[in-house]
Design a protein around this ligand. Sequence first.
Ligand SMILES: Cc1cc2nc3c(=O)[nH]c(=O)nc-3n(C[C@H](O)[C@H](O)[C@H](O)COP(=O)(O)OP(=O)(O)OC[C@H]3O[C@@H](n4cnc5c(N)ncnc54)[C@H](O)[C@@H]3O)c2cc1C
Length: 383
Amino acid sequence: MIRDQETMNTLLSSVSRFVRERLVPAEEIVAETDEIPEDIVRDMKEIGLFGLTIPENYGGLGLTMEEESLVMFEMGKTSPAFRSLFGTTVGIGSQGILMDGSSEQKEKYLPRLATGEIIASFALTEPEAGSDAASLRTTAVRDGDHYVVNGTKRYITNAPHAGIFTLMARTNPQDKGAGGVSAFIVEADTPGITIGKYDKKMGHRGAHTADVIFENCRVPAANIIGGVEGKGFKTAMKVLEKGRIHIAAIAVGVAERMLDDALKYAVDRKQFNQRIADFQLVQAMLADSKAEVYAAKCMVIDAAQRRDRGENVSTEASCCKMFATEMCGRVADRAVQIFGGAGYMSEYGIERFYRDVRLFRIYEGSTQIQQIVIARNMIKECG
Ligand SMILES: Cc1cc2nc3c(=O)[nH]c(=O)nc-3n(C[C@H](O)[C@H](O)[C@H](O)COP(=O)(O)OP(=O)(O)OC[C@H]3O[C@@H](n4cnc5c(N)ncnc54)[C@H](O)[C@@H]3O)c2cc1C
C-alpha cells in the first residue's frame, strides 16, 4: 500500500540519489577498511533510514511493507553492507518491540531507534541452534523482579554496535521447544554481556557480526516483550516473516545493480571485432537474468501488498525469500561470467557482489527452511 505517491516519489528519489552519489563511490573503501565512514553513517541517520519502519508517532517514517520494499529495491543498488547497518534496526531488531511490546517499551526505545541514536540487534541464533532455533539453550531464570540470563548467541549482526538486543531465551526449562522461549529487550551495557571479536566473513565487509555472551546478566522483568513468558518464539517468527520480504526486496535491488553493471560491460567490451553484447550466448545470460529479476520484483510487490492488506503471507514471504535470493545468486554468477576474467578481479567489484549475495540464501531462514515452510503450509491447507 502506497499512502501518498508524491511523498513516496520524493523519498525514493532522495534514497536513489544518496545511493548513487554517496554510497556507490564509497563501496571500495568500505570493502578495504571493513568500516562504513562516520560521515556516511551520519547522513544515513539524517535521511531517516534508521526509522523507515518505525511509526511516525515514535519519530520514524512508518513505511508500509510495499513502501519499505520500494526503498529496499533502491538500497540494493549498492553494497549490501550499507543496508545491514540500519537493516537490523528497521527490521528484525526493532519489529519485536513494535509488534508485541508494551506501550512503555515502545515509548522508551522506538524513538531512539528511529533516529539511529541506538542500533537494535536480533539475537536468536546460537552455536547449537541455527535453523532449529526453537531448540535454543540460552536460559533466563526469574529472580525477583529480574531474569538472570546465561548463554551464547552466534553471528549476531551489528552486535558490536548495538544499543539493545532483542534476545530470545528459554524461560521454561521443562519446555524444550518453542513454547519455552521468551523475548527480551536487553540493553547492551548491562553487566554480564561480552561481545566477541568481529567474525571473519566471506563478504559483507563493513557489516559486522559477533558472538554475544551472557554471563549472569540481570535483565529487568519489565523488559520481557509482551509482558508474559512463552511468547518469544512466536514474536521471533512474526519478525522473521516480515524480514523475508525485506531481504527478498534487497536481493532484487542487488540483482538489478549487478545486471546493470554486466549489461554496460557487455556493450563496452569487444571480442572477435564486435561487442560481446551482440553474441547470442551472452544475450541469453542477460535475458534470463532480466526475466528472473522481473519475476522476483513482482513477487515482492504482491506479497508486500497482501501483507499491507492484512492477509496471512507466511507462504508468500517464504516464496519471495527463496526465489529472490536464489535468483540473485544466479544473476551474480552470470554477471561474473559476462565480465570474464575481469569478473574474477577485485577492481571491477562484481566478484565482491558475488561473495556478498551468497549470504542472502543462508540467513533469516535458509532456502531449505523456506522450502519447508512453503510445503508445510501447502499440506496444511490441503487438509
Ligand atoms: C553474516 C550472518 C549474519 C547473521 N545475522 C544474524 C543475526 O543478526 N541474528 C541471528 O539470530 N542470527 C544471525 N545469523 C544466523 C543465521 O540466521 C543462521 O546462520 C542461519 O539461520 C542458519 O543456521 P546455521 O548457520 O546454524 O546452519 P544450520 O542450521 O546448521 O544449517 C546448515 C545446513 O543444513 C540445512 N538444514 C538445516 N535444517 C534443515 C532441515 N530441517 N531440512 C533441510 N535442510 C536443513 C540448512 O539449510 C543449511 O544448508 C547470521 C548469519 C550470518 C552468516
